[in-house]
Ligand binder design. Structure first.
Ligand code: IMP
Length: 433
């Protein structure tokens, strides 16, 4: 048995959905530990399309258990819609297949209103480009100790009291500060009574259940959302999400002890993308950027926004190795680079005549750094049909080798296309040495 964390090494959208889907085959439990429905991935299984924003995709397997940890924030309306959609496709989500932590906070309608009103009020250049799902305001309330937890749904009078306290404050902000529409206590209370009725059987103590699972020898997969550079502490603040996206939060966000983690896999896209605002040192503004965007189908899964594209950034990768303690890499979308005569990888940044080997904390500096590039020869062949790493063009193998040497972390999985089958699993992290 093993416990494996999978996280994004860049700004999200590294292809976590597919990698998690592949590793889920070997897991008994799949756990989300941070973020909310700002995340999103699409899977096509036997011709049926599934879009997941909150429930782990492991729900597609009947015998697996999915957990939504305390570090996740939950929009109950979105969760129930996702459950209903699965039901319509013939899949039953039961309290045996899904557990929601009683300590997970709820995204309330006023969180979304505030997220959108705040973004709208920010001047150009100051906007974060959030997904508008209420993520920041919900985490603010959690830290501000006025949030409402999933467990509060089990106690009507407690829920009512918490909601009352919040409505007063939120409507003050919405009306007075943002000149926006107020929210209605009666409507929210009535809607949430319905949500409580449906969600009550799913709410429990995720930490206790995970401990029991670990002790009984089950394989546990922790599924990160977003990416390392979007981490609230270690990312390009303030152009980040409002949770810790790094591997350490798999423990905080689920109630699992750090000594029990066996492997941390970082998903690294073979080039870089970013959706939303904020620094992006290797961003391309030329035809190559457009080509990567087009060939890689780089549109945000949640908002549909076009993703910004650029060369692989070794500095970002090295940050991820250090911050997450990576034990393996999953290299994705290598096929998108086919046809490029020359590939570039940033190995350092330059700023005011100085060389930097980590992303600077100062946001103005992060926006001003110039990448120092190393050039590597590209390959022309289509590699999507390749299933053995030895059959890859030599230049593709050289690219992988250079990434491994630079990061000091071995590639355990190489993805050469969107399909499940278009993958080379070189080493299974659930198999202990
Ligand atoms: P928020 O998480 O909605 O507050 O958005 C904050 C920033 O994180 C914005 O730049 C978003 O585009 C970005 N972001 C949030 N979730 C994801 C994700 O799942 N993938 C990529 N970017 C994300």
């Amino acid at each position: 048995m093993a416990s494996v964390v999978v996280i994004g090494t860049q700004w999200g959208d590294e292809g976590k959905g597919k990698i998690v889907d592949i590793l889920t085959r070997y897991a008994d439990y799949i756990v989300r530990f941070q973020g909310g429905n700002n995340a999103g991935h699409t899977l096509v299984v036997e011709g049926k399309k599934f879009v997941f924003h909150i429930i782990p995709s492991g729900i597609l397997y009947e015998e697996k258990v999915c957990m939504i940890g305390n570090g996740v924030i939950i929009d109950p309306a979105v969760l129930l819609t996702e459950m209903d959609e699965l039901h319509d496709k013939g899949l039953q989500v039961t309290p045996r297949s899904l557990m929601i932590s009683e300590n997970a906070h709820l995204i309330m309608p006023y969180h979304q209103s505030l997220d959108q009103a705040k973004e709208a009020a920010l001047a150009t250049g100051k906007k974060i480009g959030t997904t508008g799902r209420g993520i920041g305001p919900c985490y603010m309330d959690k830290v501000g100790r006025i949030g409402i937890k999933a467990g509060d749904l089990l106690d009507d009078s407690l829920f009512r009291e918490r909601l009352q306290e919040n409505i007063e404050e939120k409507n003050f902000l919405l009306i007075k500060k943002y000149n926006s529409e107020p929210v209605s206590f009666d409507k929210i209370y009535a809607d949430f009574q319905g949500f409580a009725e449906r969600l009550t059987p799913f709410i429990g103590n995720v930490s206790v259940e995970l401990d029991r699972a670990r002790k009984s020898g089950q394989n546990i997969l922790f599924e990160g959302a977003q990416g390392t550079q979007l981490d609230i502490d270690h990312g390009t603040y303030p152009f980040v999400t409002s949770s810790n996206t790094i591997a350490g939060n798999a423990c905080n966000g689920s109630g699992f002890g750090p000594a029990h983690i066996d492997a941390v896999i970082g998903i690294l896209k073979a080039y870089t993308t970013r959706v939303g605002e904020g620094p992006f040192p290797t961003e391309l503004f030329d035809g190559i950027g457009d080509e990567l965007q087009r060939k890689g189908g780089e549109f945000g899964a949640t908002t549909g926004r076009k993703r910004r594209c650029g060369w692989l950034d070794g500095v970002v990768a090295a940050d991820a190795v250090r911050l997450n303690g990576l034990t393996g890499l999953a290299l994705t979308k290598l096929d998108v680079l086919s046809g490029q005569p020359v590939l570039k990888m940033a190995t350092e940044y330059q700023l005011n005549g100085q060389r930097l080997s980590a992303m600077p904390s100062n946001i103005r500096q992060a926006a001003a750094v110039e990448p120092v590039y190393e050039e590597l020869a590209g390959w022309q062949e289509d590699i999507t049909g390749i299933r053995d790493i030895n059959d890859l063009p030599v230049k593709a193998r050289d690219y992988i080798k250079r990434i491994e040497d630079y990061t000091g972390v071995e590639a355990m999985l190489i993805s050469v296309g969107p399909d499940r089958e278009e993958t080379m699993l070189l080493k299974n992290p659930f198999e202990k040495k």
